[in-house]
Design a protein around this ligand. Structure first.
Ligand SMILES: [Zn+2]
Length: 131
């Protein structure tokens, strides 16, 4: 029997949606961890990420449904719903990570983050896990 805090499996696909439902996602592979990052962007957005390789995440939205924000050298584009303000996902738009994406697991059903297991990532300084 798994103890409290041990990661377990969740039903796939992992589905999520912004608050108003204009942007939805489906993740076909369970991420290894749910990741809370302390970099300046993630702290301001208040997100918990589930990372996926190319082809494992499908975003459904009208083409102009999100505001796209990109800054700094990591070349990620963060998408936020224009209507309700929920940050739904990011995608790597250039560089080695191009094609990688992550979805905001705060928008998945309650309990998803706990089931996957939350880890804290030091994106602000060491670029490694703190736990
Ligand atoms: Zn929305």
């Amino acid at each position: 029997m798994a103890g409290a805090g041990d990661p377990s499996t969740v039903a796939l696909p992992i589905k999520g949606a912004c608050h108003c439902g204009a942007v939805t996602f489906e993740m076909s592979v369970q991420p290894r961890h749910a990741v809370a990052c302390n970099c300046s962007i993630c702290r301001s957005l208040g997100t918990v990420w589930g990372h996926g390789g190319p082809g494992t995440i499908v975003i459904s939205a009208e083409p102009d449904a999100t505001i796209r924000y990109s800054r700094g050298e990591r070349q990620l584009a963060f998408h936020t719903c224009k209507i309700c303000g929920s940050t739904t996902h990011w995608e790597a738009i250039a560089g080695d990570a191009k094609g990688r994406m992550a979805v905001n697991l705060c928008l998945a059903p309650p309990g998803t983050i706990e089931a996957i297991g939350l880890r804290h990532f030091d994106g602000a300084e060491t670029w490694s896990f703190l736990d």
